[in-house]
Design a protein around this ligand. Sequence first.
Ligand SMILES: [Zn+2]
Length: 247
Amino acid sequence: MKWETHRRITLEVCRYYGIPYSEIIANASTKPDESPDYHVTPTVGGYLRKVRHHAPSTPEVILVYLAEARRRFLYGEPFAETLGRALHYLQDLPIDPAEHDFLEEVLEKTPVDLSAIRSAREMSIPPHLFKRIVKAIGIRRKPDEIMWAACFLSSLAVKMVINPDVPPDVRKKYRRARILNIMAILLPWILTPLGIKFVVMAIILSFLIWLLDIFEISTLKFDYLWAGFDYSPYTAKNTTMKDIKTG
Ligand SMILES: [Zn+2]
């Protein structure tokens, strides 16, 4: 996507949410083209791989940037560049790489889709669903669909940073789920004095209860942390803020 298109979308979205320094975020939304991000892979020697703008792994990087922007927002630190970078990748994501150059040209003249910005604001989407929504929207071929997707995702991302749709009572639900989970994991161990067979059974059952996440701890935890309770940085399987280098 061309820089001016990134700027136009970001500016409209930030203005829609009443962010006072929308211009700064709009300028930051071209940063990944000027100074790319590199993913530090955890192999020996810290092998660096450039973060691609149209790849399936990109949503992970976006989420790391959004979580960092959210943390900065909660702590009153500047978050324009982190949010701007996340928005850039989100806006690039729906573009079909096979038709990249043609689509870029058309998108430059396609108006920003205000209805998409509004829809994302009006829909209640808890933070844990973000990555699933990014994947569901996927790659698009028609310019107006790409514009819709870029505006919708940008709007959702800005909302995630400044006013996320955290489910009510998430704090209470998360704590209750944790207690229930511990009780469920310990329950099979009651029978272990009866013999070694029961110990083996207890190990298997406890592991299954933990694995199946029947109380949806991971989902509740994600929203709980995103809300800002007991803040700890978002960590994905392989990526944290420390794993991204800019240069
Ligand atoms: Zn790009």
